[in-house]
Design a protein around this ligand. Structure first.
Ligand SMILES: N[C@@H](CCC[C@H](N)C(=O)O)C(=O)O
Length: 276
């Protein structure tokens, strides 16, 4: 079986994106891992499979897989690449696109300047919604990570995030603590681990050790979660410029009960064909 794909990225967080509307595509966990391998496959942080919607009022459904083969609920950089993909592939000519994800419908929009803005939904903090084993939805939880007690904020952006404030992301213990936090026993479905440096009330620097993919050059939902955590801690204003290793995102959040908005770019690298 052969199928076409596009290699894309959002600030260096890279994707294989597949049109499952016009092609029949079946992917096993083993096949996903092979395709995700950067030496013997195509290589990607996440694979996005675009499909026809389940409900008539929506335009598409898209499914998201980490390069370890796990299927996940939400992906910020992926949502922007999804919009660029369905536009370039002429699957739609709409600018605001209703797309079903595993955690509900999101409505990304192609802006006039070529950037893409995504309503990422309302963040959640209750431990059961993460899921996280704790009592109460405090903004600050002590978490024992190896020999260190780390002060984390837990946020669900549809997918789970644990964010800590660090003095400087350049020497933050991302490689050491990231895998331990990702698989910490208090996160039964694992977690994305964010390391946020506050530059000023409107600017942060961020690195994220992603669940199922390791550290990536940028994480869109991670940026949303970090800004929400920073606002809840009283450290940030409502609109924040997030510097990732791959480039910048603008994140805005008006407060509890309101959705988070993310604006940033998406790029196509090449189109190809895979044979399985
Ligand atoms: N890179 C993504 C997030 C992808 C999913 C994540 N690794 C998870 O397992 O939840 C983004 O841009 O949000």
């Amino acid at each position: 079986m052969k199928f076409k794909f596009s290699k894309m990225h959002g600030l260096g967080n890279d994707f294989v994106v597949i049109d499952g509307v016009r092609q029949t595509v079946q992917l096993t966990t083993e096949r996903l891992r092979q395709l995700g391998d950067r030496h013997t496959g195509v290589g990607f942080d996440q694979l996005l499979l675009v499909e026809a919607p389940q409900a008539a009022e929506n335009d598409f459904r898209y499914r998201i897989f980490n390069n370890d083969g796990s299927e996940v609920e939400q992906c910020g950089n992926g949502a922007r690449c999804f919009v660029k993909f369905v536009t370039e592939q002429k699957l739609t000519n709409k600018r605001a696109i209703r797309v079903e994800t595993a955690k509900g419908v999101i409505v990304p929009m192609l802006d006039d300047n070529g950037l893409i803005t995504v309503d990422m939904g309302v963040p959640r903090f209750a431990p059961l919604d993460i899921p996280f084993i704790a009592e109460g939805d405090a903004i600050s939880h002590p978490l024992q990570v190896g020999e260190h007690s780390v002060d984390i904020s837990v946020v669900s952006m549809g997918n789970p995030h644990a964010v800590q404030v660090v003095a400087n992301v350049d020497n933050a213990p991302v490689a050491e603590q990231g895998p331990l936090i990702e698989r910490h026993s208090r996160f039964p479905e694992r977690v994305n681990a964010g390391f946020m440096q506050i530059v000023n009330r409107g600017e942060i620097r961020l690195r994220v050790y992603e669940r199922g993919a390791g550290e990536t050059l940028a994480c869109g939902t991670g940026a949303c979660a970090a800004v929400v955590a920073g606002i809840r801690r009283g450290l940030l204003d409502k609109v924040v410029l997030v510097h990732t290793r791959g480039g910048d995102l603008t994140i805005s959040w008006g407060g509890p009960g309101l959705p988070v908005k993310m604006t940033g770019p998406a790029a196509t690298v090449f189109n190809g064909e895979i044979e399985i």
